[in-house]
Every structure is written in structure tokens, then in C-alpha cells.
Design a protein around this ligand. Structure first.
Ligand code: ZN
Length: 262
């Protein structure tokens, strides 16, 4: 009986058990996977490459056009992706804690009532911070996002038993220049070199027994600063306590394209 090859295969397959069929399928699969490796032995690979390069050499223009057509959409996509990534890029950290998320994105937090001016010219305050009497403590002069984050940090501190107070928020370029003249112990930044000028930085201290506490030598204050740094970072702010020249009461919100930072 002469059977066509395909029909012979079908007939044989019907006779086999399922495990035999599975074994045969596996053998075919392995053979199929190994075949390209056999075909591409070093000498054959060399021959294939020589043929391809010879083909490309003979059709220079066609090759150029084809490769351009293949690469161009990819480059175009990358260019657009790059642009949108820069524009929409927000490098501020996101809070993952549900309490902080609610504070940050819930209703607008209300700033604490302003303290009388004499609080900021006491001997204790003057010993640590000069020229605070003329500093701005207007919450509305701060960037809205920064304000909400700072108030979130304040609220977290209240829950830890600390009452915060704003020493200085927005700082005009003129005032920044004046402070820079006082020396490096006051500030290293000249006009427009500080986040204070963009309403994106603030200096805070603590209220204890009706007095502003700034001292960094007081162990109670040191612990308070450590906790404040923790709360500020939870709210997505950068804390000056981590800097080489520590500025324990300072926090800022980094934003794209401000002070040359992306
Ligand atoms: Zn500051």
C-alpha cells in the first residue's frame, strides 16, 4: 500500500498512545531548537555574514534608506519621550503613609496663629538668629504645595507633642544679600541662591512654655529637631539637618528648574 507521507504520519499518530505522542513532540521540538545551531556552525556563519555584507555593499542606497526608515520612528519616539519626561518630571518624593497622604492631599491645613513680634527679638532668639524682627512669616507668600507640606510636618509634630513656629519663610533677594553680608555663619547663599526667595523654604523652631526655642545645644531641642527632620521628610521636604553645614530648622521643597536643579 502506498500512502502519501502526510497521511502515513496521520495514521501512525492515531496508533500511538498519548505519552508516546508527547515524547515524539518533545523530540521534534528539541530537533527544531537545535537545528539553527547546527546550521550556524562557525564556517557556515562566516559564509552567511559574507553573503549578507556582499549584498549590502552592492545595494548601498537601498540599505541606507531601509535602515533610516527602521531607526527613524525609534529616534522620534525617544525624542518625544525625553521631552515629556523633562516637562512633566516631578522629583519630589511621594508620601506612602495614609495619614500623611490625607494631610497632604486633603483639605488645606490652616497655619498656626502668628506670634506677637516681641517673641522674635528676645535675647534667646537674637543669640541664635540675627535680624529675625524683619523676617517675613507670611504663610501666603509661600508656594502652596510647600505650605501644605510644611503644615503637614507641623501637624505630625503636634501629634508627637511638639509645637512648631515659623521663624522665616519667604525672603526677598535684598534681605538675602543683607544676610549674606553678615557672614557665612548666617548664610552661604547670595540673592536668588536660596529656596527662600522662591517661597520654597522655611526656618522653623519650637514653642516651649511660651518661649521660642532655637538652641541646638539643648538636648530637648536636639531631639525636637531630629523629629522635625523626620516629619518634614515624611512630608516630602528636604531637611537642612542632613547637610554638611547643618541647618536644623530649615526645610525646603525641591522643584524642577529652580536654582539650576532639574
Ligand atoms: Zn533657611
Amino acid at each position: 500500500m502506498v500512502l502519501h507521507a502526510g497521511r502515513r504520519q496521520q495514521w501512525r499518530d492515531r496508533m500511538l498512545s498519548s505519552s508516546q505522542k508527547a515524547r515524539i513532540r518533545l523530540q521534534r521540538y528539541v530537533k527544531f531548537m537545535v537545528m539553527p545551531l547546527q546550521v550556524l556552525s562557525p564556517s557556515r556563519l562566516h559564509a552567511v555574514l559574507a553573503t549578507v555584507s556582499d549584498f549590502l555593499r552592492r545595494r548601498k542606497i537601498a540599505t541606507l534608506i531601509t535602515s533610516t526608515l527602521l531607526v527613524f520612528p525609534f529616534l522620534l519616539t525617544m525624542a518625544f519621550l525625553g521631552e515629556s519626561r523633562l516637562e512633566g518630571f516631578d522629583d519630589t518624593p511621594r508620601a506612602s503613609d495614609p495619614v500623611i497622604t490625607t494631610l497632604l492631599h486633603g483639605e488645606q491645613l490652616v497655619p498656626p496663629p502668628p506670634l506677637p513680634p516681641e517673641y522674635f527679638v528676645s535675647r534667646e532668639v537674637e543669640a541664635h538668629r540675627q535680624e529675625l524682627g524683619s523676617a517675613s512669616r507670611e504663610w501666603l507668600k509661600l508656594d502652596a504645595d510647600f505650605r501644605q507640606r510644611l503644615l503637614t510636618a507641623y501637624e505630625l509634630m503636634v501629634r508627637r507633642g511638639y509645637q512648631m513656629t515659623l521663624l522665616e519663610g519667604y525672603r526677598s533677594p535684598e534681605r538675602q544679600a543683607l544676610l549674606a553680608k553678615l557672614g557665612a555663619h548666617v548664610t552661604n547663599a547670595g540673592a536668588y541662591q536660596s529656596y527662600h526667595q522662591y517661597g520654597l523654604a522655611a526656618d522653623s523652631a519650637f514653642l516651649r512654655d511660651g518661649k521660642i526655642i532655637i538652641s541646638e545645644k539643648d538636648p530637648w531641642a536636639m531631639e525636637a529637631y531630629r523629629q522635625f527632620g523626620e516629619c518634614a521628610e515624611l512630608a516630602g521636604l528636604v531637611w537642612g539637618g542632613r547637610w554638611r553645614m547643618m541647618d536644623l530648622g530649615h526645610v525646603e521643597l525641591r522643584k524642577s528648574n529652580i536654582l539650576g536643579r532639574r
